[in-house]
Design a protein around this ligand. Structure first.
Ligand SMILES: Nc1nc2c(c(=O)[nH]1)N[C@H]1C(S)=C(S)[C@@H](COP(=O)(O)OP(=O)(O)OC[C@H]3O[C@@H](n4cnc5c(=O)[nH]c(N)nc54)[C@H](O)[C@@H]3O)O[C@H]1N2
Ligand SMILES: Nc1nc2c(c(=O)[nH]1)N[C@H]1C(S)=C(S)[C@@H](COP(=O)(O)OP(=O)(O)OC[C@H]3O[C@@H](n4cnc5c(=O)[nH]c(N)nc54)[C@H](O)[C@@H]3O)O[C@H]1N2
Ligand SMILES: [Mo]
Length: 710
């Protein structure tokens, strides 16, 4: 009789998702099968718990719909008819088509579209940059998220991590500004609760009474896109009532007099009429924020999702210096701490391979680029999409679809599933999931270096993005050493391992322990800007930004390393309130009286997991939350299917009547796969492709629609 003893192993990993929490994973493997993924109980942020989205992550690897082999399109674009081919056949076809395109139009007729389906150093946001710079492709600016906030943050305080989220435990006054933390940054919440136990007050600023707002001590409801005005109103009160930390301002800031003059134009009564927040509340918020120290601001990404988003982030990021909050442990602000990690972007992105004069196209303008509206010469003739699902995630999706349907466009998509985007591909390449690949995680919500080690073998012909680019490079005849380097050899060069933040941290050690904290001080005694030391050109917090001389620039991380300034709109050195284009446009009042916000879904990660039955049950079908008065005038009752529409497009959802939104405001979550909905479309059918004033970011919160019973 033979006894089968099953082998059980635990392998350390890191969550690959585009989320500030980057949890430490434990992969549980039995007989070569991933049976469970749990959170590491020892990791100070993960604390043993994963979010609802990753609950069934092991099963996700075995979803029968997964792409395991390369595919070639055999039906009309968008029809989803594909035939299996080998990976090598796919590479040969790509080479043939690209060679023809390059001969006829030049290499700039090819463009990469990549975002953050995966967030690793090897396989994430920048994973295609070296290859496409080497190819000479049009540079795709990756501006979905944080490119506006980061440009603004760097203009104001420089590339600093700012306040450690773990230090929130030491704060006395915490403003969660434009963030639905309980859905999108869940593992930061325990630190806030710890602070509250010690008496801290929690304030949430959001247009919607979100699940986070419901847990706050004070919920301040604001009109979308008016945060800059609120920050200026707070400053006016702080200055008028002399709550300024003059010593801090004098020693460590630049441009106080100019900022003061600007703030004086925004007295609370004026700000009340812009934001919808009562003037007395603005005064109270300003007084409490300035006097209850340490005060902290957690900046959400939604601050940037409006035309004035860049300046809003500059203004919000200026507040801590004005009141001296940076002096204290637990004081200051956090945009994202990614700037503390010593990346070697020159090696990761290889900007030295960019040919002078190469053009850039903002990924958010892809629809306009493909349909000829941008007047590109040469036109875009090929797209390579990986780590992104623009048909679901990109604003003005109908225009994009129109472009993707072009018969003369050669589209390659690397994917896990046949998404709504992949349906428009000529060739699909299968990609691995996190338990099947090696990577050093990139984190933008805490200060730990985390290694993800493969726990199971790669199914079918799936390969990690980095391996895909090695094969593409070989196919295209690139003989640079770069493509012959192993994962570890690449990682050794992708970071500056001699930087103080990485002292004592090595890949070898990480292979044993999984994760290590950067050497940046402990959360309980870290106050990085207690004595200024901002990473701006002046070393001060720049209320008046020296970098404004560069115009509307984009941080090179989002531009394949490209940092040549292109002529852009001039930027006011002192930030101002810039009103939304649609939300505050009276000309739209009649036709499109409702402002629509499309925030993150609780149970999906952007569009990922929206095809998983378990997550669909947790998230429920697409709803549209409408104020009872708006519903009444349109004869809409809870549970009715309603159509949300404007000139750009429409989608449908189930009406939910609630006073969690203001009259004139509606909410529909992002993330649903258009192909899986009633109407075959989702929220981004209605959103506009306008840009925030900095960093090329999108204006997803500046969207006017009308609603009616479907
Ligand atoms: N569950 C879940 N978590 C996620 C994601 C997901 O899809 N699902 N996505 C991840 C990604 S990519 C990101 S970028 C982060 C983003 O996470 P957050 O920073 O939380 O950003 P959003 O979800 O865009 O919006 C947050 C809140 O801002 C509000 N808001 C919208 N417009 C405005 C405005 O103009 N002013 C103010 N004050 N508030 C506004 C919205 O109502 C929403 O409640 O979440 C990450 N985490
Ligand atoms: N209306 C509206 N639109 C928004 C937003 C909003 O708030 N409102 N938020 C915006 C924001 S903040 C963001 S970050 C973007 C996100 O936009 P995307 O980054 O495009 O979002 P995902 O839905 O995560 O799509 C990533 C795709 O990559 C695939 N993928 C995952 N891992 C890998 C891998 O290792 N290799 C390959 N080749 N593919 C992989 C996934 O299957 C998925 O289809 O959406 C933006 N769109
Ligand atoms: Mo994002």
């Amino acid at each position: 009789m033979s006894v089968h003893i099953s082998e059980t192993r635990v392998v350390r990993g890191a969550c690959p998702q585009d989320c500030p929490d980057t949890c430490a994973f434990l992969y549980h493997v039995e007989d070569g099968k991933l049976v469970e993924v749990t959170g590491d109980p020892d990791h100070p942020m993960t604390r043993g718990g994963l979010c609802v989205k990753l609950k069934d992550y092991a099963e996700h690897h075995y979803n029968p719909d997964r792409l395991l082999y390369a595919m070639k399109r055999v039906g009309p674009k968008g029809s989803g008819q594909f035939q299996r081919i080998t990976y090598d056949e796919a590479l040969a076809e790509i080479k043939k088509r690209w060679t023809q395109i390059i001969d006829q139009y030049g290499s700039q007729a090819i463009m990469n579209h990549c975002y953050l389906g995966n967030q690793g150093t090897l396989n994430g946001l920048t994973s295609g940059d070296a290859f496409f710079n080497r190819l000479g492709a049009t540079i795709g600016e990756k501006c979905y998220c944080e490119s506006g906030s980061s440009t603004a943050w760097i203009m104001t305080v420089g590339p600093t991590g700012g306040l450690d989220v773990e230090s929130l435990a030491y704060s006395k006054y915490i403003i969660v500004w434009a963030m639905n933390m309980l859905s999108t940054n869940l593992h930061a919440w325990p630190f806030i609760l710890e602070a509250r136990k010690k008496g801290a007050k929690i304030v949430v600023i959001d247009p919607i009474r979100t699940r986070t707002a419901k847990q706050a001590d004070w919920f301040i409801q604001i009109r979308p896109g008016t945060d800059g005005a609120l920050a200026l109103g707070m400053m006016d009160v702080i200055i008028a009532e002399d709550l300024v930390d003059h010593d801090y301002v004098e020693k460590y800031t630049l441009g106080y007099d100019e900022l003061k003059a600007r703030a004086e134009q925004y007295p609370p009564e004026r700000v009340a009429s812009i934001t919808g927040i009562p003037a007395e509340d603005i005064r109270k918020l300003a007084r409490e924020y300035a006097t209850i120290q340490p005060s902290a601001i957690r900046e959400g990404v939604a601050l940037e999702r409006s035309p004035g988003g860049g300046d809003a982030v500059r203004l919000v990021s200026s507040l801590p210096a004005l009141v001296g909050a940076w002096r204290h442990v637990g004081g200051g602000a956090v945009e994202m701490p990614i700037w503390e990690f010593p990346f070697n972007f020159d090696f990761i992105q290889r900007p030295d391979w960019i040919k002078p004069g190469t053009r850039t196209v903002n990924e958010l303008d892809l629809g306009a680029a493909l349909t000829g509206e941008l007047g590109l010469d040469p036109p875009l003739m090929s797209l390579f999409i990986h780590n992104s699902n623009p048909v679901s995630q990109q604003q003005n999706a109908n225009k994009l679809i129109q472009g993707l349907k072009r018969e003369d466009l050669f589209t390659v998509v690397s994917e896990i599933f046949i998404t709504d985007t992949a349906r428009y591909a000529d060739i699909i390449l299968p990609a691995t999931l996190q338990a099947e690949q090696y990577d050093l995680a990139v984190t933008w919500g805490h200060l730990y270096v985390m290694l993800n080690q493969p726990a199971i073998s790669q199914p079918g012909e799936c390969v990690p993005n980095i391996e895909m680019f090695r094969r593409l490079a070989e196919t295209m005849g690139f003989d640079d050493d770069y493509w012959k380097m192993s994962d570890d050899e690449l990682l050794m060069k992708m970071y500056d391992w001699n930087a103080p933040a990485l002292q004592g941290i090595t890949l070898e050690k990480l292979k044993e322990v999984g994760w290590m904290r950067l050497n940046v001080g402990a959360p309980g005694d870290r106050a990085p800007h207690a004595e200024g030391k901002f990473k701006t050109p002046s070393g001060k917090c720049e209320f008046k930004a020296s970098a404004a001389a560069n115009g509307n620039f984009i941080v090179p991380v989002w531009r394949n390393g490209y940092d040549e300034m292109q002529p852009g709109d001039p930027v006011d050195p002192v930030p101002n309130y810039i009103p939304p284009l649609e939300v505050s446009n009276p000309a739209l009042d009649k036709r499109y009286p409702i402002s629509l916000i499309s925030p993150k879904p609780h149970a999906f990660l952007n569009s990922q997991y929206a095809n998983e039955a378990m997550q669909q049950r947790r998230q429920g079908e697409q709803t549209v939350v409408v104020h009872p008065n708006d519903a009444a005038t349109r004869n809409i009752k809870t549970g009715d299917y309603i159509r949300v529409f404007n000139d750009r497009g429409s989608f449908e959802g189930k009406a939910e009547l609630s006073t969690d939104v203001w009259e004139g405001l509606a909410v529909a979550n992002l993330g649903y796969w258009p192909g899986l909905t009633r109407s075959g479309s989702a929220v981004n059918a209605t959103t506009s492709s306008s840009h925030c004033n900095l960093g090329g970011a999108g204006c997803q919160s500046d969207n006017r629609v009308e609603i009616a019973r479907a």
